[in-house]
Write a protein that binds this ligand. Structure first.
Ligand code: ZN
Length: 305
């Protein structure tokens, strides 16, 4: 079996003010952590290329792209984004939005490919929100459909927050199905209506979560047979997450990710993953949590030496 592709880039990290919720170094932390794991030999790292502007316009308003690119966002827009503008943020945003699309193209060949970033699901068509500048999930899904790579894409969002931006961008397209399991008492407080939305109560633990997920996957499959899955594997469902409000354990998240992969692998549907949200002041612990989806990919799709 060929190695599992990981899409990444050394310029993914961003700098944020001290004490900021978002851990700007989590992308390089994750790659460093992964390189120390025994399963690392089963992966192949591929660098992202910046997105083509003409493609980005399919999912974002040209005025918003230009205002962000030329640092013309006003204070209200920057507050909603939740990140300070910088050259680093500019560069990484044009890289990372393309990473999930690149991973998806590789997943069509290998059955699985993992983006070591992505899941910026609060980015709407005409504004950024909740630490998300551009929406890589919606971008990848639209680009795959537009280029006739596949006919139907499922965006499965298991980040603890609802991907309101993804729904905003994808809702009118019958080739796309958005499914989300998210905390009912968490950001965004005004929920959108996607193809399937399941709200979760505070404190939900592994067993209850996994039962709800299994039922949700059956419902999705009954309604919509995708030809590719874009999976946002946010780890802010973890019990110790700084923003999460749920109570999943490390093993619970590993089971979640493996269940998603096994479900679609057994039906011959390729899966591409994005890391999504995760919040902890402990950087090594956060890297360990974000590594779970890669460990799951290795367990389900890798080969034993
Ligand atoms: Zn989140």
């Amino acid at each position: 079996m060929p190695p599992i592709p990981i899409i990444s880039h050394p310029d993914y990290d961003i700098s944020v003010p001290a004490g900021h919720r978002f851990v700007g170094q989590k992308f390089s932390d994750l790659m460093t952590y992964l390189a120390q794991q025994p399963y690392w030999v089963g992966f192949d790292v591929i660098q992202t290329r910046p997105v083509h502007l003409s493609n980005l316009r399919a999912v974002h308003d040209v005025d918003y792209i230009a205002d962000f690119a030329y640092n013309r966002l006003d204070n209200t827009a920057l507050r909603r984004l939740g990140l300070p503008w910088s050259q680093r943020l500019l560069k990484r945003s044009f890289l990372a939005v393309n990473g999930t699309y690149q991973a998806a193209q590789l997943a069509l060949q290998r059955g699985i490919a993992c983006h070591a970033a992505g899941g910026t699901h609060h980015a709407h068509r005409s504004y950024g929100s909740g630490f998300c500048v551009f929406n890589d999930l919606a971008f990848a899904a639209h680009a795959l459909i537009r280029h006739h790579s596949v006919r139907r894409v499922l965006i499965l969002d298991l980040d603890v927050h609802q991907g309101d931006g993804t729904i905003d961008i994808c809702t009118q397209n019958p080739a796309l199905f958005t499914a989300s399991l998210h905390g009912e008492n968490n950001f965004p407080f005004e929920k959108r209506q996607g193809s399937l939305d399941i709200t979760l109560t505070d404190g939900l633990g592994d067993d209850a979560y996994l039962a709800i997920l299994a039922e949700a996957l059956d419902r999705i499959w009954a309604e919509f047979e995708p030809e590719l899955v874009i999976y946002d594997a946010g780890v802010d469902v973890h019990a110790d997450d700084g923003l999460g409000r749920l109570s999943l354990s490390y093993d619970g998240i590993l089971q979640r990710d493996m269940h998603v992969m096994e479900f679609f692998k057994s039906r011959n549907i390729p899966v591409t993953t994005a890391i999504g949200g995760g919040y902890s002041r402990d950087r090594s612990e956060l890297a360990r949590r974000h590594s779970i989806v890669f460990a799951a990919a290795h367990a389900v799709y890798g080969t034993s030496p």
